[in-house]
Design a protein around this ligand. Structure first.
Ligand code: GDP
Ligand code: MG
Length: 368
């Protein structure tokens, strides 16, 4: 354009580059050069390096996008996701990872909202993740949890990510673990992984966290009915919830009963006897004590390298559990196995074969 640049209506005397001191003429569009015919510029997907830079800059939108990539089941996303996780690893590991479990209705979400908000007030940055392999079946509970973490979700220093949708537990667990690394790289120093107290999800959460907090309800009496011994055995900390109002005394009794039961158990973490406490997410009673026990746990397990050793073993076990999944998947899809399975199935039905024999046959078919 050859025309003189136009001047704005008014320019402060002696203005420099900080003001607009000239105006470009508008462009007259020729026929057929409308907006709709302009070439579509597709925004390219950010590279793993770009995502990492955004994560390290604590950009929440980038973090959310990176998590979506890691959660994707599409094979075309996998290599980028793997690369991102690899780049993230050196920047992760600086958080305390806390698993939180307990039966539905015990108050996990309410507890995380109240406790997490307190931790943010203390200067922490809190990320909340969830493992719920059944979530595709009851989507309602995810929505319920989001609204139940209302206070926390409003805080700048908190990040809440619901469970990755559906799929086998192994896949869901992998995504949650990788998401945990991303959150740590984004500067979150407290990671809370919530799980429902059903199925194998507690074991999955136990295997990716430093400390396992079990929430329990005061029962109808002083019995331990309905409390699975197995889950008490993997707990580092037990808290009886809803210790407020009329329920306060019953919670205290339940605490004493649980403490007695815990005494008879082998501690899951070497050198740490799991304390049993009471708390209320409504009054806030006991919430600070639970945090001080977390700090005491951290201090105790740092001694003798118990803390670091657990993380090392967790990584190694992860490899084995993933190997098991990959192999079983391969096995189930193997054409040789599928072919021999048809005949093996028939002989099993007829009573011509035993299970060990059947297994031997399909294993042979797999190796061939
Ligand atoms: N009185 C009282 N009620 C609570 C407390 N914590 C949770 N609740 C209630 O218990 C119900 C279940 O809580 P929720 O957090 O959804 O349980 P979750 O299924 O374990 O996540 C809700 O109606 C909560 O309002 C508490 O500390 N005191
Ligand atoms: Mg919940």
């Amino acid at each position: 354009m050859s025309a003189e640049p136009l001047r704005p209506d008014w320019v402060p005397p002696g203005a420099g580059g900080e003001f607009t001191t000239s105006i470009q003429r508008g462009v007259t569009l020729g026929t057929g050069v409308g907006v709709s015919s302009a070439p579509v510029v597709r925004r390219s997907e950010p590279t793993p390096e770009e995502l990492l830079a955004g994560i390290l800059a604590r950009d929440r939108a980038v973090l959310a996008r990176a998590i979506t990539l890691v959660e994707s089941n599409a094979p075309k996303h996998r290599s980028r996701a793997d690369e991102l996780v690899r780049l993230t690893l050196p920047h992760s590991g600086n958080a305390i990872r806390i698993g939180i479990s307990g039966p539905p209705g015990v108050g996990k979400s309410t507890f995380i909202d109240a406790w997490g908000s307190r931790l943010v007030q203390k200067g922490h940055r809190v990320a909340v993740l969830a493992i719920d392999p059944s979530s595709s079946l009851n989507r309602g509970s995810i929505l319920g949890d989001k609204t139940r973490m209302e206070e926390l979700s409003r805080l700048e220093d908190a990040f809440i990510r619901p469970s990755p949708s559906s799929g086998a537990l192994g896949g869901v667990a992998r995504k949650t673990r990788e998401t945990m690394y991303l959150c740590e790289a984004a500067g979150f120093d407290v990671i809370l992984v919530e799980t429902v107290g059903v199925g194998q999800s507690e074991t999955a959460v136990r295997s990716m966290t430093d400390l396992f907090l079990l929430l329990q309800l005061a029962g109808s009496g002083d019995d331990l009915q309905g409390i699975k011994k197995g889950i008490m055995e993997i707990a580092d900390l037990i808290a009886v919830t809803k210790a407020d109002g009329e329920n306060r005394q019953r919670a205290g009794l339940a605490r004493a009963t649980l403490a007695g039961a815990v005494m008879g158990l082998q501690p899951y973490t070497q050198g740490w006897k799991p304390p049993v406490l009471t708390c209320s997410s409504v009054t806030g009673d006991g919430l600070d004590t639970i945090w001080s026990e977390v700090l005491a746990f951290q201090a105790a397990t740092r001694i003798g390298g118990v803390f670091e050793e657990r993380r090392k073993i967790q990584i190694q076990e992860w490899v084995w559990s993933m190997a098991a999944e990959v192999l079983v998947d391969k096995f189930r899809r193997d054409p040789g196995v599928l072919a021999s399975w048809e005949t093996v199935k028939t002989s099993l039905e007829r009573g011509d074969s035993t299970v060990p024999l059947a297994l031997e046959t399909i294993l042979k078919a797999f190796r061939a």
